[in-house]
Design a protein around this ligand. Structure first.
Ligand SMILES: NC(=O)c1ccc[n+]([C@@H]2O[C@H](COP(=O)([O-])OP(=O)(O)OC[C@H]3O[C@@H](n4cnc5c(N)ncnc54)[C@H](OP(=O)(O)O)[C@@H]3O)[C@@H](O)[C@H]2O)c1
Length: 498
């Protein structure tokens, strides 16, 4: 059987989402490990006044590509940036670009998606479902297409207890939903969204489930594979350990814990933290496309790219390693000593959120308002709470059945299991390096809240105590009279001296 680099030799690969977290790593790894790949068409949209070409230049000039630059300085020539807005009809491709793509693409990696959990349903459907449908239509016209690789999420069916490596029936027929969205106004769409998504936690998960069905149904004549990563974190080994470029997901939590602003999380200590390093996801995607390309399996291949069942790591362990790493190697200008309280008790969790997250934020924002500045701290805590809510669903339900051993055994790989302790430590040191200065400024201001907030809390509790208990009142009067006597004595003795 041909090896993976041999399979990609001379192939033209089309990649969506190349400017995103996963897409960048995939682009780098493909060009580094398969140096004889012919070309990579990256579908990129114009954004913030930058052309797709400028955006690609920016991506490949980042640190992630340093190793590739050393090993293969000419890699740039293989990347062809193509202007494409995936939410537009026919992906907004020009006729010439479309022709080139149709004539020459051999393998497609579809990574682009909106990963915003609270995206409104119309936009989530537009990108995650309709754009996928459009890409499949394009793929069907391709003359030399060998594999269509779709990146989904392991939580697409998180409403189920056991998640096998199959495409389950969708919550609704995607075609019917798309038709209905055409005549509904935004207000109506927002009103029915909770009913539609039902027992799925958000529109992202819901639309990713619909996209899988679209890929299965409409890509029936194509050679399709689906990779379903769980929670994607910093790189484990490649191109170097600890690569991360944003604070979404687990890295945001690590930094918040290190700064002492994350005080509580809703999880039990032994809930699975199904983290998966980004380079593992990328390796699996490249290997899965190779497997389908070489073996041409009759059925759609689905891979749960998760760690919970093969190499479990629990939220209690994450909490321990993150806080102990940051206690030993503290972040600058931390708000409090790192200490995260995991609780599965609903009431306790909301109590700690109110007391340790929201109240200090409100207090400081009031201070900012009173001093004529714009409030910003509550926004920071809301973003943090948003990540917590996002991750919550991942901690309770699912057990993933992972047969990616098919791939592992085919590759004759006996690789070591990810050493989570080292992984989390490396991740913490990496996030430490990329915390921006603005973030640091904000946090340094936050530190003062703690003293103010604790003082007010003590006064309030004491006031309530005095109002309710005779004994507390007696102690209070005793302390006040003692202070008074001490002051009188002090005054009398100082007058006597003169
Ligand atoms: N990150 C995770 O933890 C995780 C977990 C499970 C599954 N996944 C899946 O992995 C894939 C990649 O996720 P990610 O974390 O890399 O997301 P990401 O960083 O947000 O990247 C999303 C990519 O999609 C592109 N995109 C979005 N809207 C577009 C549009 N209208 N036209 C063209 N391109 C558009 C973005 O381009 P711009 O730069 O132009 O916005 C970006 O390149 C997704 O399918 C996601 O569902 C991710």
């Amino acid at each position: 059987m041909v090896s993976i680099p041999e399979y990609y030799e001379g192939k033209n690969v089309l990649l969506t989402g190349a400017t995103g977290f996963l897409g960048k790593v995939l682009l780098e790894k493909l060009l580094r490990s398969c140096p004889k790949v012919n070309s990579v068409y990256v579908l990129v949209r114009q954004k913030a006044g930058q052309t797709p070409q400028e955006r690609v230049e920016e991506v490949i000039s980042c640190k992630l590509f340093d190793r590739l630059r050393d090993e293969n300085p000419d890699f740039r020539e293989k990347i062809i940036a193509i202007n494409s807005e995936l939410t537009q009809p026919e992906l907004a491709l020009s006729e010439e670009d479309k022709e080139v793509i149709i004539d020459s693409t051999n393998i497609i990696f579809h990574c682009a998606a909106t990963v915003r959990f609270n995206e409104n349903l119309r936009d989530a459907v537009q990108l995650n479902v309709i754009a996928t449908q459009q890409l499949i239509l394009l793929a069907q016209q391709m003359k030399n297409l060998e594999v269509f690789m779709h990146v989904s999420t392991a939580y697409a069916y998180c409403n189920r207890k056991h998640i096998d490596e199959v495409v389950y029936p969708p919550p609704v027929d995607p075609k019917k939903l798309i038709d209905s969205l055409e005549w509904m106004d935004d207000g109506l769409v927002n009103d029915i969204t909770p009913k539609l998504i039902g027992d799925r936690p958000n529109t992202y998960i819901y639309t990713k489930a619909l996209a899988e069905y679209v890929v299965q149904q409409e890509g029936a004549k194509l050679n399709v594979a689906i990779v379903r990563p769980s929670i994607v974190g910093a790189s484990w080994k490649e191109p170097f350990p600890g690569w991360i470029d944003n604070f979404n997901g687990p890295s945001g939590l690590f930094i918040a814990a290190g700064k002492g602003i994350l005080r509580t999380m809703r999880a039990s200590n032994n809930a699975l933290a199904d983290l998966v390093p980004v380079d593992v996801v990328v390796n699996m995607s490249l290997a899965a496309a190779w497997y389908s390309g070489v073996n041409r399996p009759r059925n759609i291949m689905v891979y749960n790219c998760t760690t919970g069942s093969t190499n479990p790591f629990h939220w209690g362990e994450v909490e321990y390693h993150v806080t102990s790493t940051f206690k030993r190697n503290p972040l600058e200008q931390a708000f409090r000593r790192p200490n995260v309280n995991l609780t599965s008790n609903h009431l306790l969790y909301h109590y700690w959120i109110a007391v340790s997250h929201k109240a200090p934020a409100l207090l400081y924002d009031t201070y900012l308002r009173m001093t004529g500045r714009s409030p910003s701290i509550l926004f920071l805590f809301c973003s943090l709470n948003h990540i917590l809510v996002q991750l919550h669903f991942s901690k309770i339900f699912c057990e993933f059945i992972t047969y990616c051993y098919i791939l592992i055994s085919t590759l004759q790989h006996h690789g070591s299991k990810t050493t989570w302790t080292m992984y989390v430590k490396k991740n913490c040191t990496s996030v430490k390096k990329i915390v921006s200065n603005t973030f640091l400024d904000l946090l340094s201001r936050l530190r003062n809240i703690r003293y103010g907030f604790n003082t007010i809390l003590v006064i309030l509790i004491w006031r309530i105590f005095i109002a309710r208990s005779q004994m507390a009142r007696n102690i209070w009067y005793f302390v006040v009279s003692l202070c008074y006597k001490f002051l009188s004595y002090f005054r009398a003795s100082s007058t006597m001296r003169y």
